[in-house]
Design a protein around this ligand. Structure first.
Ligand code: ATP
Length: 312
């Protein structure tokens, strides 16, 4: 199966309002609460693709129980390390065409939790063929924590797909324990390599994926929103273009794109198929209002419209 890691999951609450009244009472009737966190979006994307998946990470308290109930409802298997600390809530207020977010940073954990989770993770490795790691770390975890997860997976030759950013991503790039695949978006990669990237200029994209920091990463997929993606897989470059779609809510598109990549690697598909699958998943998510949801009935229609061009 594919093991997905979400270290700081949340209950995502959305409050739709006609108008946000500041310093006043706002009453809301249509509250939506879902199990959130980037890794749980990845998990759902894999589940929709019909591939066995197990969600892991750290949860706790009544919020943690709620996350488990939501995953039960979706028939998703999970095996979390459960702490005494309450998992977080993330609130999105949708008003006047805007989205105002209030994001709890989540529990503050310590070295004890780091060690117990590492043991928990080690015990799951024997079941995993592919691992995805997404999002940020809980407070109290060392910034290089993902390199420890990657090191353990690499010992068993389990490919790790990492979707993280900033220092957490950088730590893995400078470590000798490299992920098999990274999927930064343009801004995340620009930040890491300290270089401007022009998504419409192939030379600029080639230069970016050849940055010395990325030398030993087998697969680099830069997701480019409506511009599709650019990839370096081993020593080959691929430009991926996608059709114009009716975008409803693109949040979480990168997560289900990672789900598509994981499914393809699990299924041993050719690179062109992998890139088309990943882009199709991202587009299907962008066409839905619910974050991390895809309607697989539209899969073939959009898959046919993705173009992958290998660049020499
Ligand atoms: P997030 O952080 O919200 O999960 P991301 O920034 O990591 O997203 P994007 O590059 O925005 O990832 O999107 C991933 C993929 O989803 C794109 O490569 C594309 O296939 C699809 N996608 C996202 N936004 C759009 C859009 N506006 N139009 C068409 N496709 C889109």
């Amino acid at each position: 199966m594919i093991l997905t890691i979400t270290m700081n999951p949340s209950v995502d609450i959305s409050y739709p309002l006609n108008k946000l009244a500041i310093n006043d009472i706002n009453r809301v009737s249509e509250v939506k609460k879902t199990a959130g966190g980037k890794g749980l979006n990845v998990t759902r994307g894999i589940k929709y693709s019909g591939i066995p998946v197990l969600a892991s990470g750290i949860i706790g308290g009544t919020t943690g129980e709620y996350i488990q109930k939501q995953l039960d409802k979706d028939n998703i298997n999970y095996d979390f390390y459960i702490t005494q600390h309450e998992s977080r809530n993330c609130i999105a207020i949708l008003h006047e065409g805007n989205q105002t977010e209030i994001l709890e940073s989540g529990p503050v954990l310590d070295n004890y939790d780091v060690n117990v989770f590492l043991e928990h993770y080690q015990n799951l490795l024997s079941q995993a063929q592919v691992i995805t790691i997404s999002g940020s770390l809980p407070q109290g975890f060392p910034v290089g924590f993902y390199t420890q997860l990657i090191e353990k997976a690499n010992k068993y030759q389990i490919p790790v797909l990492l979707d993280s950013s900033g220092k957490m991503l950088l730590e893995t790039l400078v470590s000798k324990n490299k992920p098999f695949l990274i999927k930064p978006n343009k801004d995340e990669l620009q930040h890491i390599i300290q270089m401007d990237i022009d998504p419409n200029d192939v030379a600029s994209l080639v230069k970016a994926v050849n940055h010395p920091l990325l030398n030993d990463i087998a697969f680099i997929i830069i997701s480019l929103g409506k511009n599709g993606a650019f990839a370096r897989c081993h020593h080959n470059y691929y430009q991926v273009s996608i059709p114009k779609i009716n975008v409803v809510n693109p949040v979480g598109s990168g997560d289900v794109t990672l789900a598509g990549l994981a499914v393809s690697i699990y299924e041993n598909e050719p690179i062109e198929v992998m890139l088309k699958r990943a882009m199709t998943m991202g587009m299907l998510n962008a066409m839905e209002s619910q974050t991390g949801f895809v309607d697989m009935r539209n899969y073939n229609e959009y898959y046919q419209q993705v173009r992958v061009t290998q660049i020499n």
